[in-house]
Design a binder for this molecule. Structure first.
Ligand SMILES: [Zn+2]
Length: 188
């Protein structure tokens, strides 16, 4: 009977909840996965370069890194963190950008990163408006007459009144369409 079949038969005993829990432990401790930090450490004993003890088991533990993908080099994240516990180092901790953080410090950092994400969103909204203004002014420089006047009204609405550039643009298009329709009516 294979280990998988054994686990399956153990799981097939629905009346025995403890048996099911034990079965999951068997699953977690299948060979080549970490028995010290199962479900967390992803170091495998048969990988090249990992140091092992007399029983062939690794003693430097770590997890795969979590991270924010880098913009420049794929696989080189901007921000990264991972579980680490090496035999000669600090107690189990979070490796964060080259620093060893306690769980409490990592929570604090997570709070700061959440705030940063909100700030980045806000900044992106502001730059969205800045871009709209930049485009508008670029067109403004090459135009005159009624259209230039309309662009100035739009610019004022955005800069002075804090209006949303997209809404201002839509409203102007609406007004222009209305004016065209009225003109066509008068001509008819
Ligand atoms: Zn391990």
């Amino acid at each position: 009977m294979s280990q998988l079949d054994m686990t399956a038969s153990m799981l097939a005993t629905p009346t025995d909840q403890v048996g099911a829990a034990e079965a999951f432990e068997v699953l977690a401790a299948t060979p080549a996965t970490c028995t010290v930090y199962p479900g967390l450490c992803t170091v495998a004993d048969d990988e090249d370069g990992d140091q092992v003890d007399a029983n062939g088991l690794h003693f430097d533990h770590g997890s795969d890194a979590i991270g924010v993908p880098g913009l420049e080099v794929e696989g080189d994240p901007e921000i990264w963190a991972q579980f680490t516990h090496v035999s000669a180092g600090n107690p189990p901790h979070i490796g964060f950008m080259g620093f060893d953080l306690t769980p409490e410090q990592a929570h604090d950092k997570a709070t700061e990163l959440r705030r940063f994400a909100d700030d980045l969103d806000h900044l992106a909204d502001q730059v969205h408006v800045a871009r709209a203004l930049h485009n508008l002014r670029t067109v403004q420089e090459t135009t005159d007459g009624p259209f230039a006047k309309i662009l100035t009204i739009m610019e004022d609405a955005i800069v002075r009144d804090g209006a949303d550039p997209v809404e201002v643009g839509d409203r102007i298009l609406e007004l222009m369409a209305q004016a065209r329709a009225e003109k066509a009516e008068v001509q008819a």
